[in-house]
Write a protein that binds this ligand. Structure first.
Ligand code: NAG
Length: 392
């Protein structure tokens, strides 16, 4: 009896030992030929590591050791994967080509598509966007630029401890995804860099973004059409254009935005704080069920703003007002300073006024002077201490 028992536990031990070995099967990009220097293009090697990891019957890990690896552009296709889960652990930096003509027309630099079950830990992505920003600033004709990290049509994706530097265009784009977690992300680009949104999310559900630091030239986080159950918490934003739901309502037929929570955010010197922005065009889009909670504004130009009359240069908005219906939006515990006199601006659609706007414990000042609220076509309630007053 004893013998049978110990034999059994011994064989169980072996099974666990081999199972854990197999579960840790690791593909080091250097063994596929990747070179940690700026001059050798490591694209093929890194893609080959992906193909090998994907083919694994066990969950697989791809490892990028310290060093700078040139990656011209990479499409990681999840459709070819057999492995139920892939982990990419990056101790090094992936560097985009400095010549923006290489990937500036492609829309994205590093793209994951149709992946189910992916973790990316650590790593720095250096988009080398500076020459493209300079091109755009010069008024010459230049490519639109690439999103540094695109995660498209995927689910169960977890990005943790990643740094994105100087993207050409957006830093991170999440589109058509379900169940995505971005945490401990650091995003850095000049406050003057054009279209360098930190994280853009659209047509996705159950996306969480937390514990992240975003300093960039456009929106820290932009929330496009078709997002539901989005959770954003503990973010530092600035410089940048704030956290923006929008722009929405460009299309006549457009998926709405529903159930968004944004809490514990500090905005420092940003152009906006909490913004909802819709084009002044007809649309069947909507925004409903938004909770903005616990925000600190430090010298923010537009701390609280709904702009339903967005129409830059008065082009493409034939005087129709926005059709996007905004309802059930709560601002709770919003404090700090505005860099302009109007700290609260709710400029809603004449055609479809905002409803169910709640201001609860909102107090904002303009330096050491009182700030002003300006509200048009906005319905709702104010409760607790609300300063500036006079809106709802
Ligand atoms: C709203 O979204 C959160 C996740 O962000 C989720 O936990 C919650 O259940 C959703 N609420 C509803 C009513 O769907």
């Amino acid at each position: 009896m004893m013998n049978t028992m110990s034999l059994l536990s011994l064989s169980l031990l072996f099974i666990f030992f081999y199972a854990s070995l197999a579960a840790q099967v690791t593909y080091n990009v250097q063994s596929f030929g990747a070179k940690p220097n700026d001059n050798t293009d490591s694209t093929k090697s890194i893609l080959n590591a992906w193909t090998a990891a994907c083919a694994s019957a066990q969950p697989a890990t791809i490892y990028v050791p310290p060093g700078r690896y040139m990656l011209s552009s990479a499409f990681f296709d999840g459709q070819i994967c057999k492995a139920s889960f892939i982990t990419i652990r990056i101790d090094g930096t992936l560097v985009a080509p400095s010549d923006y003509n290489v990937n500036g027309h492609a829309g994205h630099w590093i793209k994951f598509e149709r992946v189910s079950g992916l973790s990316i830990y650590g790593g720095t992505l250096d988009g080398q966007g500076t020459p493209l920003w300079a091109c755009k600033a010069s008024g010459r004709s230049c490519p639109k630029g690439a999103t540094t990290l695109a995660i498209y049509n995927s689910n169960k994706v977890d990005v943790s401890g990643l740094t994105s530097l100087n993207s050409q265009m957006f830093h991170i784009g999440v589109d058509g995804c379900h169940n995505v977690k971005l945490q401990g992300v650091k995003i850095l680009a000049s406050g003057k860099s054009p279209n360098t949104d930190g994280i853009h999310v659209q047509l996705s559900s159950s996306v969480m973004i937390f514990n992240s630091h975003i300093a960039t030239g456009d929106d820290c986080i932009s929330i496009g059409p078709g997002n539901t159950n989005l959770w954003i918490e503990n973010i530092a934003c600035g410089p940048g254009h704030g956290i923006s739901i929008g722009s929405l309502g460009w299309e006549l037929e457009e998926a709405g935005v529903q159930n968004v929570t944004v809490r514990s955010v500090t905005f420092t010197g940003s152009q906006n704080g909490l913004r909802i922005k819709t084009w002044a065009r007809p649309s069947n889009g909507f925004v409903r069920g938004v909770l903005f909670q616990q925000a600190v504004m430090i010298n923010v130009k537009n701390p609280v703003i709904i702009d339903q009359n967005y129409c830059p240069d008065n082009e493409n908005c034939p005087h129709q007002g926005s059709g996007v219906k905004i309802s059930d939006v709560t601002y709770q515990n919003i404090h700090g300073t505005s860099a302009t006199e109007i700290a609260v601006k709710l400029d809603c659609s004449k055609k479809d006024p905002c409803s169910g706007i709640r201001l609860e414990e909102v107090s904002l000042s303009y330096g050491d002077q009182p700030a002003v609220a300006s509200c048009v076509n906005a319905g709702g309630t104010a409760s607790g201490l609300v300063e500036p007053t006079g809106c709802l």
